[in-house]
Design a protein around this ligand. Structure first.
Ligand code: GLY
Length: 580
């Protein structure tokens, strides 16, 4: 698995990557590297002791420094998460939520669920307007779209149970970054300029992320003094610095002002939860991933179980047979996702069956050798999920591994910065179904399991995942991308296991997505040879080429040397791997 294949036809990213490596963020991230593993692992960062890979090279270095100071992977993940809230505000956050999967050096594993929850005043019909009609605006772009944030509680729980360095040491770098500022990286400059029009209705957002309404230029010093004060309260008071006192008061006041539902009571009641991971196996590899309320781990294992019955390598990476088999596995897992998955504290789900080899064998029997299966809207429909989330991976010197995906839902969440507190609120309530019974061909879903209810967590697709083999850590993977997350993680794993790619090549390779409905295969630009696209169309597939899918910041362990090989995904302009 350490070697790479010569086949690089799907490496549509090569020119992008060459350009990105000239950027300051990427260059800085390469400082700590020793030579890359191979020609194909061109940008991979190797280190002996520990590695952090995230969407922000600055945040990766914060995590790396924690490892170098003797912190474990959970410590480094906490510090990286707080730093990302400063340096990657499109998805790094303290006002959102997410999931952490931890594998300990002895092979045990656990997860921390810090998904946002619905406020106490939530109800299934809360996204209807005054006429009783479903309103996408209320669902996705209003104060009602804000879920009770979980990130600070999740990081605090992870620290209490598994951290080793003092909490202050982990939060302080983010306080310093916000207070002293940092040089505006190119990706963030572009992204903030693009989001500015959507932030205009919210003066606190414009104040936080522009110079009185003018976008920051690359290299300008970017300071966030209000955020620094909020982070300092979290540093000094732990979770109470967010869920009680000044920060809670500022959030609740802003909610009252804008017609939102979150109260100080909602904030005080929020609890992160430790949950058993969902586990599977694939060709002898152990797969450890996130259980519901994320659909990610269950769908991933269902797809891997189906695919285990085929010789994918013999089919060839870009062949019509491979893409057909992959897409049919995706179609079936996404149908089950829509049918069954939701918050486990509210709904019963057939998880054992969905992740069993026997069920996969049944599903394989329904797959036609050379023809697309139909997806029928009457079976169930899908809801929208935003691609703006972020994933990061950490491995420490003892082999403890942490895989974290967290989010504000859409890029910059609901675009509302809490006045006086300097951080963005999520719009995660948009991941609940919009209106009971409203299931239609535009993609709305109204089935019961994922309707909003007081204190319920909305269904997610986040798939932070860890691979092991023969008791040894193999890789840490994950991605943002809404529902495409699950398929991105799947393809990184297939690239590693079936196609013998190194981690950087596995991450760089073009990806594709099918989610049952709409019945369409989305393929990244230049992701498949024209002959394959033609053959797929002949089998009955609708293929759409273009765009990009996910950013899978990952780590692989070199099976021979034990080196940590960090692969930042070049689809994120400011990303970086930092090791020591
Ligand atoms: N908001 C995206 C997800 O949770 O999957």
């Amino acid at each position: 698995m350490a070697s790479t294949t010569a086949s690089a036809r799907r490496r549509f990213l090569a020119p992008v990557l060459a350009a990105l490596l000239t950027l300051p963020g990427a260059a800085a991230a390469l400082q700590a590297q020793t030579p890359a593993a191979s020609a194909a692992d061109h940008a991979a960062v190797r280190a002996r002791h520990g590695m952090v890979v995230s969407a922000s090279a600055i945040a990766s270095r914060v995590g790396r420094d924690v490892l170098r100071d003797g912190g474990n992977a959970v410590d480094a993940a906490i510090a990286t998460a707080f730093a990302l809230a400063v340096t990657y505000p499109t998805a790094g956050n303290i006002g959102g939520g997410g999931f952490m999967v931890i594998r300990f050096p002895d092979g045990r594993a656990t997860t921390i669920d810090f998904r946002e929850k619905a406020p106490l005043a939530a109800s299934p019909d809360m996204f209807e307007d005054s006429t009783g009609a479903y309103s996408a605006k209320i669902h996705h772009k209003s104060y009602r779209s804000v879920g009770v944030p979980g990130t600070v509680a999740g990081l605090a729980l992870a620290h209490e149970k598994y951290g080793s360095l003092p909490w202050r040491r982990l939060v302080q770098p983010a306080v310093t970054l916000a207070a002293d500022g940092f040089d505006m990286p190119p990706g963030l400059a572009r992204s903030l300029a693009a989001v500015l029009p959507a932030m205009r209705p919210y003066p606190a957002s414009v104040a936080a992320y522009s110079k009185n309404g003018t976008p920051y230029a690359v290299g300008e010093r970017f300071q966030q003094p209000q955020l620094a004060r909020t982070l300092a309260r979290i540093r000094d008071q732990g979770r109470d610095g967010f869920y009680k006192g000044e920060t809670a008061r500022l959030i609740a006041e802003e909610m009252r002002r804008g017609g939102g539902l979150i109260t100080e009571e909602d904030l005080a009641r929020y609890q992160a939860k430790e949950r058993e991971p969902v586990r599977g196996t694939y060709r002898g590899y152990e797969i450890i991933s996130m259980p519901p309320p994320s659909s990610g781990g269950v769908a991933l294992i269902e797809m891997l179980n189906i695919l285990e019955g085929y010789d994918l390598k013999a089919m060839g990476h870009d062949s019509p047979a491979y893409v057909h088999t992959l897409v049919e596995a995706m179609r079936r897992a996404f149908l089950d996702r829509a049918r069954y998955l939701a918050d486990p504290d509210f709904e019963q789900m057939p998880l054992e069956r969905l992740t069993s080899k026997a069920y996969a064998a049944e599903l394989r029997k329904t797959m036609l050798p050379d023809k697309a299966s139909p997806s029928e809207p009457a079976q169930v429909a899908q809801a929208y999920e935003s691609p703006q989330t972020t994933h990061f991976s950490v491995v420490d010197g003892n082999g403890m591994a942490v895989s974290v995906t967290y989010t504000l839902e859409q890029g910059y969440g609901v675009k509302i910065v809490v006045p006086g507190a300097g951080f963005l609120l999520n719009n995660e309530m948009g991941d609940f179904n919009g209106k009971p019974g409203l299931t239609d061909s535009t993609g709305l879903i109204g089935t019961t399991p994922n309707l909003a209810r007081p204190e319920k967590r909305m269904l997610s697709s986040m798939t932070p995942t860890i691979l092991a083999k023969d008791g040894k850590l193999v890789a840490v993977v994950g991605s943002p991308g809404g529902r495409t997350i699950i398929n991105t993680v799947l393809q990184v794993i297939l690239n590693l296991v079936d196609f013998d790619m190194g981690i950087q090549q596995a991450v760089d390779a073009a990806r594709l997505h099918h989610q049952w409905l709409p019945d369409r295969v989305d393929v990244e630009a230049n992701g498949l040879p024209p002959a394959t696209v033609q053959a797929l169309e002949g089998m009955g597939y609708r293929v759409r080429l273009g765009g990009r899918q996910g950013t899978a910041h990952s780590i692989q362990i070199d099976p021979v040397t034990g080196d940590r090989i960090g692969a930042a995904d070049p689809r994120d302009a400011d990303a970086g791997a930092a090791g020591w």
